[in-house]
Design a protein around this ligand. Structure first.
Ligand code: SF4
Length: 232
């Protein structure tokens, strides 16, 4: 395979190969992060989850308790992508279940969005970075093919990117989250909205105009209005 062809395998594609394998036996997943997982590898989320549970493509596999793949509905119109699992997520195997996750659920409920029905929630990396540090670029790159497959399979109307790491990890946009939150970004034909991370809101409880919570309220209303527009 030429270098260019190998690089292309990492690129986003909405086209499935002629005969996509169903995935899920773990045997086909390259343990080296240098070896790509081609777009179209999976035909359903559970097969992807099975492979993630056996994955050793980066060192985070050595310290995880559980692989945290996703929760919510694979048919959801809204996909929410965070940075990585925290302690409670690592213990339970579910994303956004700690205090930040509870706040996220309240924010969604405020605009009549039900997490298990209307959203599909996942992270840039599926194993917990020790001490909740930011995932390294190598770890993010190793896990990225899984995320791209999740986006391809769910095919959401809108992607919410929570925090700068998620924005940078998916789109490559390195601007600070306070600069780009609340602005629509189109990435690979997907409509994305960067928002503040709920954990940041927990550290900034003020509700005054211009505060993080106030900004989140503006952003989530924009998202809800766009969803209503896209799904009459
Ligand atoms: S973080 Fe992703 S790439 Fe790394 S071991 Fe976990 S599932 Fe595999």
């Amino acid at each position: 395979m030429t270098d260019e062809a190998q690089i292309n395998l990492f690129e986003w594609s909405t086209q499935s190969p002629a005969t996509p394998p169903s995935g899920g036996d773990g045997a086909r997943i390259p343990t080296s992060a240098q070896v790509p997982i081609p777009p179209g590898t999976y035909t359903h989320i559970e097969a992807l989850a099975q492979d993630c549970r056996q994955c050793q493509r980066c060192d985070l596999s050595q310290t995880r308790t559980h692989v945290v793949v996703s929760r919510g509905s694979p048919q959801a119109p809204l996909m929410i992508i965070g940075e990585g699992p925290g302690q409670q997520e690592d213990e339970t195997g579910l994303p956004f279940v700690g205090r930040a996750g509870q706040l996220l659920e309240k924010i969604l409920a405020a605009v009549q969005l039900e997490p298990e029905r209307d959203t599909y929630i996942c992270n840039m990396v599926k194993c917990r970075p020790p001490g909740n540090r930011t995932p390294t670029p190598d770890e993010t790159a190793a896990c990225r093919p899984y995320l791209l497959e999740q986006i391809r399979l769910v095919n959401p109307k809108i992607i919410l990117l929570t925090g700068a790491t998620a924005v940078k990890g998916l789109t490559g946009d390195k601007r600070g989250i306070t600069k780009i939150r609340g602005q629509w970004i189109t990435w690979q034909n997907h409509l994305c909205m960067p928002i503040l991370h709920p954990a940041y809101l927990l550290r900034n409880p003020s509700r005054k105009p211009g505060s993080p919570k106030w900004l989140m309220w503006q952003d989530i209303q924009l998202v809800k209005a766009k969803l209503n527009e896209l799904i009459p």
